[in-house]
Design a protein around this ligand. Structure first.
Ligand SMILES: Nc1ncnc2c1ncn2[C@@H]1O[C@H](COP(=O)(O)OP(=O)(O)OP(=O)(O)O)[C@@H](O)[C@H]1O
Ligand SMILES: CC(C)(CO)[C@@H](O)C(=O)NCCC(=O)O
Ligand SMILES: [K+]
Length: 249
């Protein structure tokens, strides 16, 4: 079996593939290394041979996790690394190694699935957009705060914005103007994300007319999905790219 890990800034997304790589044996989202180990140790019938991993965390944090996994499971671990070019995509950053690896892998996955020009949108801790032309040139992208960061900035820097998770969840039943603090903030931030997504779509149209694919991924993709009809929601897009960047030899 193969363990796949996407270590973002807030959460670790993990899944275990059957040895054939054709089926998912188990998957989850955890907020710490300890919770990851706990989740894996609780799986009956787990038998890991390999692990592939992408991280946007600090090198020391990533190394620590790799050490823990090697100690716990004795697996060989392949970590996605920056590249100037891969699978027909050319990294557009002035310093290619500075492009977030989660963005890079989502781009590789998107370009392969699209086999043409694409716009890749990822809504996690940060929200990101990346543009790839039909011949694989990465034009660059945009980064802005995602839902968790926008919400937390308002909570942290105001005295009277306070509400609980239940109120937050209920607030998104509709997007009409809010009549409670929770509604006003949750809907306002959701509309910011949708506006971000729609302006990326307009830019893509100005480049490519109608001839491109839009990919939507990340834990908060559902908040913008119905503002982007025609976009393909691919929750595991980073994992698609991870398998391309870290093939089992
Ligand atoms: N099952 C889930 N577990 C945890 N968070 C989830 C889940 N489903 C949706 N979310 C939401 O997804 C968001 C985090 O998204 P994601 O896990 O893609 O971010 P991340 O990878 O930590 O961030 P980034 O990629 O920007 O570093 C949070 O706002 C969270 O509320
Ligand atoms: C933007 C995030 C935080 C999104 O997860 C990540 O891709 C990252 O840390 N990137 C490095 C900075 C950059 O991509 O320019
Ligand atoms: K991510």
């Amino acid at each position: 079996m193969i363990l796949e890990l996407d270590c973002g800034n807030s959460f670790i997304k993990w899944r275990v593939l059957e040895a054939s790589q054709a089926a998912v044996f188990a998957e989850g989202v955890v907020d710490s290394d300890v919770a990851l180990l706990g989740g894996l140790h609780s799986l009956a019938g787990l038998s890991l041979q390999h692990c592939r991993l992408v991280s946007v965390r600090a090198q020391e944090e990533t190394n620590r996790l790799v050490g823990v996994l090697v100690a716990a499971f004795g697996v060989s671990i392949s970590c996605a690394a920056p590249a100037r070019e891969m699978a027909g995509v050319r990294n557009g950053y002035e310093e290619y190694a500075r492009l977030g690896l989660d963005r890079w892998l989502a781009m590789l996955g998107g370009f392969q699935l699209a086999s043409g020009a694409c716009l890749v949108l990822d809504f996690g801790t940060a929200a990101t957009a990346d543009f790839i032309t039909a011949d694989g040139e990465h034009l660059g992208g945009f980064i802005c705060p995602g839902m968790p960061l926008m919400r937390n900035q308002l909570r942290t820097h105001t005295r009277k914005i306070r509400y609980d998770d239940v109120a937050a969840e209920r607030a998104l039943e509709s997007l009409v103007p809010g009549r409670t603090t929770a509604q006003a903030v949750e809907r306002g931030c959701t509309l910011m994300l949708r506006g971000f997504a729609q302006s990326q779509l307009e830019l893509a149209r100005s480049y490519w007319g109608g001839d491109f694919s839009v990919f939507l991924t990340g834990g908060d993709a559902e908040l913008v999905a119905d503002a982007l009809p025609g976009a393909r929601f691919v929750p595991d897009l980073v994992f698609v790219g991870l398998a391309m960047a870290c093939p089992l030899s």
